[in-house]
Design a protein around this ligand. Sequence first.
Ligand code: ATP
Length: 202
Amino acid sequence: MYMIGLTGGIGSGKSTVAEMLRAHGLPVVDADQIARDIMEPGSPVLDDVAAVFGADLIGSDGALDRAGLAARAFVSEEQTQKLNAITHPAIRAESARRFSQLERAGEKAAVYDMPLLIELGLNKDMDLTVVVDVDADERVRRLVAHRGLDENDARNRIERQIPDAQRRAAADEILDNNGTLADLERQVEALVDQITNILLGV
Ligand code: ATP
């Protein structure tokens, strides 16, 4: 199966592009969704979270206190690494399971919508790495307007990520999302044509 990695900085438009690709018939595995799914009540990941960060984070209904976990895990790099050591392998395993399922269902190509694709070196496993690129100022504007983030918070989050130049350098294809959604859709259509031609061996 032909693997298309889709990534970009916070607020760049990954989810928007993923929806457009879905509308063109490409299946998408969404790493953010998986990150939420593996924390659902009853998931074995929760046992590991409880063992490391405290059993009191799991309520009597089995649900995780996400804010409580964030308060304990994001206090230092060391604690964050401990959480990543639990969640990242689980996300990788569940992603692999979903890709196998798609392959067994006869899909010829699939998209991996993964914010940390390049940071985790997973772009090496992709046949095509697509980066959604938007100037930082415009991303801040969109995060403030559509996500209700405070401007400083949006800037801090952008600054904590890898530099855009590093992401662009790892890209096989760059989608410029500084323009309108119609501009983006045109680029997505061209990308879909390119993928279709690759699959047809053109
Ligand atoms: P995150 O990193 O938070 O998961 P993302 O990269 O998935 O974000 P989106 O959620 O797709 O980004 O887009 C961020 C916001 O910007 C959304 O509210 C989206 O509707 C809006 N947006 C995306 N592209 C455009 C565009 N070309 N013009 C205007 N708004 C846009």
